[in-house]
Design a protein around this ligand. Sequence first.
Ligand code: ITT
Length: 200
Amino acid sequence: TRLILATRNTGKISELRAILADAGLTHELVGADAYPDVPDVRETGVTFAENALLKAHTLARATGLPAVADDSGLCVDVLGGAPGIFSARWAGRHGDDKANLDLLLAQLADIDDDRHRTAHFTCAAALALPDGRERVVEGRLRGVLRHEPTGSNGFGYDPVLQPLGETRTCAELTPAEKNAISHRGEAFRALVPVVRELLD
Ligand code: ITT
């Protein structure tokens, strides 16, 4: 059966395909771009979980198929958890990774002590069925924020987050290395048994 990936973020889609395939999910995975008539979801929730559920329900209702969604972001301790759910549009324009990253580094420019540059990525992974049933789980990746972007893999804030216990940034890890430890990997590996239980 088909499972909709309720996202238009190409970085997420390629990670999700790998994570879900590695976890043994055999459903045909179709991105939201295959349904251009479905309008962009307004992310009006105040938590990652709420926004992930909004996206999953919108696509499930519109397509009549089960849908999974990812709402994620970077939470910086010294900024009180910002950018958080606003990570994709921190500098203004939605999805401008370069501008978001430059703004974040500028905001942290005066903080030299690594103990005050701690942050984590959070990912909420939601499943929604056309009949309204829903599930949501979360994953986290903790790390420290570098002063300069390094590496060219991944997307978003990957070039500045160095996971705890790593000497490389997320953007220097291979996709498989990142998925093995990432917030997205943790959340979607936890969602797979739930997908199996509800869909099979
Ligand atoms: P969809 O709503 O279509 O899924 P989006 O990019 O708008 O795509 P979000 O609202 O969940 O998705 O925003 C996620 C942002 O958080 C993303 O644009 C990045 O800036 C950041 N982010 C999330 N996961 C990340 C990761 O694994 N590595 C780096 N940055 C990440």
